[in-house]
Design a protein around this ligand. Structure first.
Ligand code: AMP
Length: 219
């Protein structure tokens, strides 16, 4: 099964991707995580990406393309879930061509729709574990008591100005992808403004009723 999760920042793509990965035994490919990892390691790519990420801007496509392509190849071109890639029409075209070349086209794209005001609330109250990357929400999913408060941080791009910039960038560069995927017949819109469990069940319902399931049965 090869699927992509698409939607605004804070739509819950990362959370849903990790649950789906566990449910279906998929490998999660999150370009955001890969970029943050490169930044932590201080690699050349990480250093190039840093100023964009901190300002809430999209990283130049070529950098992300390399990360995504090699992660897809490492997954053996199957059983993966893309989280946060592609994010522009150009990236979608690269990905389509890359997957087509390996006869590994996507089976479905889940669009997690969430209103702006919910996104702002979610992102400004999001906290992450600096080592594991585990995500929390100050009200709905506070960090457990046995986790040291020093390890809980706020992402630089979850600061108000960066959130605003990410939302502007999303509308300008990523939202047009909705139509791109609709035209290909791959897109299924799921209302992401609900609890984690409810949204997960909505996604599962889509996966069960789509060609994805047939692809899975066929191995
Ligand atoms: P995320 O964790 O998905 O919210 O991504 C965090 C940041 O990484 C984004 O705000 C961008 O700066 C960068 N990023 C992640 N994925 C992409 C992508 N597909 N294209 C460009 N930049 C990306």
């Amino acid at each position: 099964m090869r699927i992509a999760l698409f939607g605004p920042p804070g739509a819950g793509k990362g959370t849903q991707a990790s649950i789906l990965a566990e449910t279906y035994g998929l490998k999660t490919i999150s370009t955001g995580n890969l970029i943050r990892e490169a930044m932590r390691e201080g690699s050349e790519l990480g250093e190039e990406a840093r100023s964009y990420v901190t300002a809430g801007k999209l990283v130049p496509g070529e950098l992300v393309r390399k990360l995504a392509d090699s992660a897809v190849a490492n997954a053996g071109f199957n059983d993966f879930i893309l989280d946060g890639y592609p994010r522009t029409i150009e990236q979608a075209q690269w990905l389509d061509a890359f997957l087509r070349a390996y006869k590994a086209e996507l089976h479905g794209v889940v669009f997690l729709a969430v209103p702006d005001e919910v996104i702002i609330e979610r992102l400004s109250k999001r906290r992450v574990h600096r080592l594991t990357g585990e995500s929390y929400h100050l009200d709905f999913l506070p960090p457990p008591a046995d986790v040291s408060p020093e390890d809980i941080i706020q992402r630089a791009d979850d600061q108000p100005e960066a959130i605003a910039s990410r939302l502007r960038g999303y509308r300008r560069e990523t939202k047009p992808l909705e139509n791109h995927f609709r035209v290909t017949g791959l897109l299924r819109e799921v209302d992401g403004n609900a609890s984690v469990d409810v949204v997960h069940n909505r996604i599962i319902r889509f996966l069960k009723s789509s060609p994805v399931t047939a692809a899975r049965k066929a191995g």
